[in-house]
Design a protein around this ligand. Structure first.
Ligand code: FAD
Length: 455
């Protein structure tokens, strides 16, 4: 069955859920395409994860489903792990402003510079006038056939002062982010282990870990940063990584209190933790830097979209659920990518599909495509939880596929190269990659390109 396709030039009434980077650019693209847009944002400002707060959740592991949710997972010392030139939207350069003392000119700036960039973006394109702040979407579902004969969406929201709204939209674009609902490591014996546990979602500053022995589980971006942040004040920090060999036991260069281990074998009642390499550590705290879950508590698709071991699916090209396309779409699910340009291209595609300027394949064809992708992952032995991970070339192949759909220029070669080189630098020089680099030639190319967007 072919998905319902709006007539060319159709202008729809669209709800965007969330005003982070994805929601902002989605709103801009939808309006450019002629749609009327309402952005519903639970918080009181734009920026999503980039709106740093010192506030944390009362439950340090964030397992209590009734807890008050703090959206941002940023720590105070966070600087971007992607060079700014390739991180920004394609037509709104995230360029340095050398003469403006109020801004952070570094190539890998602190989080407040990213927020300031997003604020500039929102201002430049008058995006705030489309946003309803302090408004949480509590339900989004396809309207019952009896209520509407077309495929409308019912969106229920609640404002912070308790006012509820129940509205109809032609389409819903989900941009609620996926770095707020923690995933935890499963550790044998942890229930009787007497120490403290915390997820990196609730980590802000190292001070509470002064003189402690801390185990940090996870060695990707947050694990690397947080273990080094804590090592400045802690007695010892032991990083447990599942991507190292079982015998690993290394003191990390540049530190005399930071060690790398493989995974944890067991945690014991006497406060000890035994690693796979046979080493035992008596620790005060275990910090889970173990990532996040996709979570859409407001979304009721009657089973058409599920989250199974962190696979949101079935989805055509990580965006449209075949049975509900084009009325429901997701922006921003892929990871290990340079997010803003991808959000922009996904948003252009969604906007053009909704207006009817670009067509989708039939529902059956989209489903076949999604199934073929899932079968390929299975054949390669890739677990479901990596469905939206885009390693190596795949992110730019995907970006360029999106660009081709919308007749938009493909990703610049310098941006691709800068991302790859930057990514390798993170692993090769994890303590210094933000301040030492050797790709100045790519910076020059980037700024040559930026000229056309900077007046
Ligand atoms: P978010 O920024 O999370 O925004 C989602 C918005 O939806 C929020 O404002 C939230 O309040 C709102 N919302 C959620 N639920 C509801 C609801 N029910 N109703 C209404 N509103 C709702 N990316 C980079 O490019 N470079 C980096 O260096 C980098 N470092 C990172 C470091 C950390 C620690 C983390 C966690 C992420 C990092 N990222 C980085 C990735 C970052 O998540 C993306 O850059 C991007 O900002 C995500 O934008 P988003 O709009 O998808 O989600």
């Amino acid at each position: 069955m072919a998905p319902s396709k709006p007539d060319a030039t159709t202008s729809l009434h669209v709800a965007v859920i969330g005003a982070g980077a994805a929601g902002l650019v989605a709103a801009r693209e939808l309006r450019r395409e002629g749609h009327s847009v309402v952005v519903l944002e639970r918080g009181s400002q734009i920026g999503g994860v980039w709106a740093y707060t010192s506030q944390v959740e009362p439950d340090p592991l964030s397992v209590d489903p009734t807890r008050p949710v703090v959206h941002s997972s940023l720590y105070r010392s966070l600087r971007t792990n992607i060079p700014r030139e390739c991180m920004g939207f394609t037509d709104f350069p995230f360029a340095t402003r050398p003469h403006d003392g109020s801004r952070d000119p570094r190539r890998h700036p602190g989080h407040s510079e990213v927020l300031a960039y997003l604020q500039d973006f929102a201002k430049e394109f008058d995006i705030e006038e489309m946003i309803r702040f302090d408004t949480e979407v509590v339900k989004a579902e396809p309207a019952a056939a009896a209520e509407e004969n077309s495929r409308k969406w019912r969106v229920e929201s609640r404002s912070s002062d308790g006012v509820a709204a129940d509205e109809m939209y032609d389409a819903v674009v989900v941009c609620n982010g996926h770095y707020t609902e923690p995933r935890h490591a499963l550790i044998a014996g942890i229930d009787s282990w007497p120490g403290k546990q915390i997820h990196s979602h609730n980590y802000r500053v190292p001070d509470p870990f002064k003189d402690q022995v801390v185990i940090v589980i996870g060695s990707s971006a947050s694990g690397v940063d947080i273990s080094r942040d804590i090592a400045k004040v802690a007695k010892e920090v032991h990083v447990s990584s599942r991507s190292t060999s079982p015998e690993t036991y290394e003191k990390l260069p540049g530190y005399d209190n930071l060690w790398l281990h493989p995974t944890i074998e067991t945690a014991c009642e006497d406060g000890s933790v035994v690693f796979q390499n046979g080493k035992t550590v008596y620790a005060d705290t275990i910090m889970h830097c173990t990532g996040y879950k996709y979570y859409f508590p407001f979304l009721d698709t009657k089973g058409e979209v599920t989250v199974d071991d962190n696979r949101v699916g079935p989805l055509y090209k990580h965006v449209f659920p075949p049975a509900l396309a084009p009325g429901l779409s997701f922006i921003g699910l892929p990871w290990q990518i340079t997010p803003f340009p991808m959000f922009e291209l996904q948003s252009k595609w969604v906007s053009a599909v909704l207006s009817g300027r670009v067509s989708l394949p039939s529902q059956d064809e989209m489903m076949e495509d999604a199934k073929a992708f899932y079968d390929k992952l299975e054949t390669l032995g890739i677990p479901k939880r990596y469905t939206h991970l885009m390693p190596d070339d795949s992110q730019f192949e995907y970006d360029n596929w999106l660009a081709d759909q919308c007749d938009y220029p493909r990703i610049e070669k310098w941006r691709e190269q800068m991302f790859y080189i930057g990514f390798k630098r993170i692993y090769a020089q994890s303590a210094t990659y933000r301040d030492n680099w050797d790709d100045d030639h790519l910076i020059v190319e980037a700024y040559d390109d930026f000229v056309k967007f900077m007046s």
